[in-house]
Design a protein around this ligand. Structure first.
Ligand SMILES: Cc1ncc(COP(=O)(O)O)c(C=O)c1O
Length: 402
């Protein structure tokens, strides 16, 4: 018998949950079936021309050697500037500077490195559900314990201060917040963030808890107001807050792998050591593209936002024809989280429903189970209007006949 084995830290870590569904979509398409795929987790818009041009220029000028581990200085300056605009009160006294920023291979690596830098085996990481599906798996890879705080549909999928207070234990190390949220599209108001911050301020363990605020969808927002970050609502908590962002969603640059952390020095030092000994500075050309992405005019973001908003409203209008579908109007990101409790067969969860919907209704949605919501499915509206309308009509038609 072989003695090969994976490390203990791999125990219970799931693979990507969408693989099986995607394989089915591909095989149905290959056999000529007309499937509407509303499972995408990325913008359908092209990469901005300015980013493409910046890469070509950097390549021609041979700016493609190793870069500093944290990223080129111009890019980190641009990120500091962007972050300071979002944290005006904090920035007035204590502005972020490039030394507090590490550019990583996407928001994903930025979050993972942060957890790796601060979580000890057995530490508890609080994750409000529904959550972005990688959070608990990353925590397990760091040998921490993901503690899922269920935020029900009728509470707007949001963490309440009481719930946070009850969940804090002697082993709590991190709280992960994500606004706007993938998968629910829910956003927190400044007052809601402040109320969560108050719990950390008052609780005897509160000052030892690091907040990872995942703000990757900050530029896709339908509230009509300015984006609200956790730290803009709680500027005094900057020594225990790590802000994560990137260009994957805002500038449609998913494949370029550009994300970053903005963090106090003590965390940044840890992240830098990890990145320095693992990936080093990210692809040099992607960094020049990122600089161009950060310098895009406000109009670029506003126009995209407008297109997403119209699509959201189109999808909501069609889905409303099936009133038994549970839907929360998303205030950001490009997903609608749809509850199908009334349509599940006995013993079935959303994965079973998603498979039926795909085979018989010819629409692909992502099951909510790996997002911590087993009776919901995630529908992406990052697709053209015609496919979106057709997909939503098929969903309505399918639930009408099941
Ligand atoms: C909530 C959330 N955080 C982080 C990420 C990671 O983004 P990136 O593609 O930049 O790694 C995603 C991507 O889907 C996401 O939805």
């Amino acid at each position: 018998m072989s003695s090969f084995s994976l490390s203990r830290r791999m125990t219970g870590v799931s693979e990507s949950a969408t693989l099986k569904l995607n394989a089915l979509v591909q095989s149905m398409k290959a056999s000529g079936e007309d499937v509407v795929n509303l499972s995408a987790g990325e913008p359908d818009f092209a990469v901005p021309d300015a980013a493409k041009a910046a890469v070509v220029k950097a390549l021609q000028e041979n700016r493609s050697k190793y870069t500093p581990v944290a990223g080129i200085l111009e890019l980190r300056k641009a990120i500091a500037h962007k972050t300071n605009l979002q944290h005006r009160e904090l920035a007035a006294k204590n502005p972020w500077d490039p030394s507090q920023i590490v550019v990583a291979n996407g928001g994903k690596q930025a979050i993972f490195q942060t957890l790796l830098a601060i979580v000890n085996p057995g530490d508890e990481v609080l994750i409000p559900s529904p959550f972005w599906l990688s959070y608990p798996e990353m925590v397990k890879l760091c040998e921490g314990s993901p503690i899922i705080l269920t935020c029900p549909f009728d509470k707007g999928f949001k963490l309440t201060p009481e719930q946070l207070e009850r969940a804090i234990s002697d082993r709590t190390k991190v709280l992960i917040l994500n606004s706007p949220s993938n998968p629910s599209g829910v956003t927190y108001t400044a007052a809601e963030f402040r109320a969560l911050g108050d719990v950390l301020r008052k609780h005897p363990k509160g000052k030892d808890i690091v907040v990872i605020s995942d703000e990757i969808y900050d530029r896709i927002l339908f509230t009509g107001g300015d984006f609200v970050s956790f730290l803009s609502a709680n500027p005094d908590l900057y020594q225990q807050t790590v802000t994560v962002n990137g260009l994957s969603k805002s500038a449609a640059m998913t494949g370029w792998r550009i994300g970053w952390t903005v963090a106090p020095k003590w965390v940044t030092d840890g992240i830098l050591t990890i990145q320095g000994q693992s990936t080093s500075g990210i692809n040099a050309l992607a960094q020049y593209a990122a600089l161009a992405g950060l310098q895009l005019p406000e109009d670029y973001f506003a126009q995209n936002n407008d297109r997403y908003l119209k699509r959201r409203d189109l999808a909501l209008e069609v889905l409303a024809r099936a009133p038994k579908l549970k839907v929360i109007r998303p205030e950001g990101a490009f997903y609608i989280f749809v509850g199908v409790d009334d349509f599940l067969h006995s013993g079935e969860d959303s994965a079973g429903f998603a498979e039926r919907l795909l085979r018989d209704g010819k629409v692909a949605l992502v099951p909510g189970t790996p997002f911590g919501a087993p009776t919901f499915l995630r529908m992406s509206f990052a697709t053209d209007d015609e496919s979106l309308r057709k997909g939503c009509e098929r969903i309505v038609e399918y639930v009408g006949r099941t």
